[in-house]
Write a protein that binds this ligand. Structure first.
Ligand code: PLP
Length: 368
């Protein structure tokens, strides 16, 4: 013990050990001056007329007032646009990241487990640590499909309070087997204390597959969506859909004004013209197919099938290729070192056709 009174004690020692042991906050690389194909953003802006309406709405918005804590108008717009089944309820988050955090805060009994396959979305693990939950990562099979035996054994052994399944998965891009997801929902429900299964449909717009319409079949199933990958990443809006009683419990964890006045008003307006976002998603899907074919023709590149707005691919020396692509003005994501199974893997988000061409040229030039 240090005897000095006003010095010597690190003020940060008041904080939880597991926080202090973390290497640092989520790292966002500098993208200034680069074509940004690293974060699955929609590369298309909104049309001019919609931008003008947003400007008018923003200037009229009552930002001196707190937002509607229930986001009533926005929820109604989301229900209609995203086909939330009648009888199911929703809760909104400041991005779906915040919804993962709400779920973890609500579920973090001492020793409670958050389970996810690996590699998958890194926030599952990070948020488990931040909220004091035990994290269990279950390795995916060699082709990045869910390993049925390993998943069901891990569920039996660890009885997870929360199981997260990204559908399609990030960063691998594939869709897991829907029947296995059903079996996982049934297996976690059977565990002594029950468990919730969250199907994270962040890339729904590019996959065309969903568990949304099937919520009623599984009492412990929740479906999470976000507007981020659809074209509104800067707005920060995600949602969780499920049985009303369950959503009401999660809603207790939500801070009352988590979705701001501007986010609510702008999202309502954009959702009125959801066909704009749908058309952009269709363009991204067709570009995804074109880029995938082009990648398959490049010697030394191995691609993985994608149902999302990005493509995972393998090269011989990811670090060098990533640096070469960046030197040529394009920022993608280097996954080498993030997980054993992602050694020498890179991930490119689908951009506009000219951006994709620049990426393909930069990649070819960086391979030699
Ligand atoms: C991007 C992403 C999210 C987070 O989206 P936000 O709504 O922007 O917080 C959630 N899950 C997966 C799998 C993602 O890739």
């Amino acid at each position: 013990m240090n005897s000095r009174e006003n010095s010597g004690v690190d003020p940060a020692s008041a904080l939880r050990d597991e926080i202090r042991a973390l290497p640092g906050g989520y790292h966002v690389p500098d993208s200034a001056g680069l074509i940004k194909l690293d974060a699955m953003e929609n590369p298309y802006g909104l049309p001019q007329d919609l931008k003008r309406r947003i400007a008018a709405i923003a200037s009229e918005a009552a930002i001196n007032r707190y937002p509607d804590a229930q986001s009533r108008e926005l929820k109604a717009a989301l229900r209609a646009t995203l086909a939330i089944p009648p009888g199911q309820e929703i809760v909104l988050g400041n991005g779906s990241d915040e919804i993962i955090q709400m779920l973890a805060m609500a579920a973090a009994k001492p020793g409670a487990v958050l389970l996810a396959p690996e590699p998958s979305f890194v926030m599952f693990r990070i948020i488990a640590r931040l909220t004091g939950m035990q994290y269990v990562g279950v390795p995916l099979a060699d082709d990045f499909s869910l390993d049925r035996g390993a998943m069901l054994a891990a569920i039996a052994a660890h009885r997870p309070a929360l199981t997260f399944l990204a559908y399609p998965n990030n960063p691998t891009g594939n869709l897991f087997d829907a029947h296995l997801i059903e079996d996982i929902a049934r297996a976690t429900q059977k565990a002594e204390q029950g468990g919730l299964v969250v199907v994270d449909e962040a890339y729904h717009a590019f996959a065309g597959r969903s568990f949304m319409s099937r919520l009623g079949e599984f009492p412990n199933l929740l479906v999470m969506r976000t507007l981020s990958k659809l074209g509104l990443a800067g707005l920060r809006l995600g949602l969780l859909a499920g049985a009303p009683d369950l959503i009401a419990e999660i809603d207790k964890v939500r801070l009352p004004y988590n979705v701001g006045v501007l986010t609510q008003a702008v999202a309502v307006e954009v959702l009125r013209q959801a066909d704009v976002l749908d058309a952009q998603a269709a363009a991204i899907i067709s570009e995804r197919e074109r880029v995938a074919q082009a990648l398959q023709q490049i010697d030394g590149v191995r691609t993985y099938p994608s149902f999302a707005n990005f493509i995972l691919f393998h090269v011989r020396d990811a670090k060098r290729v990533f640096a070469g692509i960046r030197e040529r003005g394009v920022l993608i994501k280097n996954l080498d070192g993030s997980h054993l199974r992602l050694a020498d893997c890179l991930r490119v988000s689908i951009g506009t056709p000219p951006q994709n061409d620049l990426f393909l040229a930069a990649l070819k030039a960086s391979l030699h």
